[in-house]
Design a protein around this ligand. Sequence first.
Ligand code: BGP
Length: 469
Amino acid sequence: MEKLPDNFLWGGAVAANQCEGAWNVDDKGISTADCMTAGTRDKRREYTDGVIPGKYYPNHDGIDFYHRYKEDVALFAEMGFRCFRTSIAWTRIFPNGDDETPNEAGLKFYDCLFDELLKHKIEPVITISHYETPYKLVKKYGSWSNHRLIDFFVKYCNVIFRRYRDKVKYWITFNEIQSIVIFPHVPAGIRTEGLENAKQICYQAAHNQMVASAKAVKLGHEINQNFKIGMMMLHPTTYAATCKPEDQVAQMKVMDRHYYFSDVQARGYYTNKAKAILKSIGVELDITQEDLKDLKNGTVDYISFSYYDSRIVDESDESNIMMGQLMGKENPYLASTDWGWPIDPQGLRIALNHLYDRYQKPLFIVENGLGAVDKIETDGSINDDQRIDYLRKHIQEFKKAVIEDGVELIGYTPWGCIDLVSMGTGEMKKRYGLIYVDRDDEGKGTLKRKKKKSFYWYKTVIDSNGEVL
Ligand code: BGP
């Protein structure tokens, strides 16, 4: 292969809860994302018990994509997008999660959105659960650590698979699947602070999600055999801090903890290593024979992942090895973003190679990008050269993975192609977009959209299928 395939899916990615807004419109229920307050780089967002009057929740309005999607999709089309990744808000379809019947108004919204995309020849890539669980499911059933959530999720999948059978081909079950054991309040509203059995709760919740995902894959294929249903993981490429063998072993263990999830979803069973990991952290999963069968019958069609940065690890991190704790260690060879995330394009090539060697399944980069403060010049332009440089270098590296290393890659959707609320900090000023949105951290602004320099640059990239960078 000398260049990227002609059908390479160039596009962009967002998630419903970070951009749609309209949090209580058209009978939408409350999701866990609606309970996240605003934070800053140094002050964490708070996850509140329900929506508390008087507190500011930036996701409630997002960037009002719910009402402005036509204008936004037209801008994506102008850039030449061939695909667009977003998610369905579960609480638009089943406001409480356990409702008897789905909410027609919610279903209608996504009909309109997908029709608009298809009108512009943009393939929807749809995440079924992106960092939001119906709040009622958390309160009433204890969220994902309860096996019953599997049935509610599958029921939701059944409805959306049938409804959008002829509109959506690419599906992703859970966003960044391993987040459930790292920061479980974000994907599932699970609080574990101070709990002795925190790991037990989180790994059980992860098991239930992986069974739910497998059942969704099987069901989806029955509904439409052309569906491509993938898993999604965060891939923080991790290096040993030195060539000391102990550090190398620590590095191996870190990545094993991440591949634990993709191994189950891609291979369909808990490997010996996965079982050893569970034993080493004192977790005993409640797994039924039925679960094992479901996992086997629902292996994913492709692996999608987010890649933002790389980490380093040494032997002292051994007991703390999921990556939350690894952030902040500086790699002397790399520069960092304004939010302290190391910039490492080659780490993306490494991620692609590791995943492809391990699973031999098509890969999809569904998140990558630079979160930075944008400056508006006096003439109104936004010259985000740093973002262009970040994206260019990452594209160069994934091209090498495809062309020189033989990796099978479906597409590339940079994160937050239009500015949106940051998941981690709740800020608006941490911007990823190629399109600027006039909205600040206090919720002020006209919400007007404006093309950044990167908008024009990315259009040229797509027009040339990645040849002109
Ligand atoms: C990923 C999430 C996204 C997104 C992104 C950037 O982990 O899947 O939802 O927001 O990270 O993170 P942040 O918004 O914290 O900059």
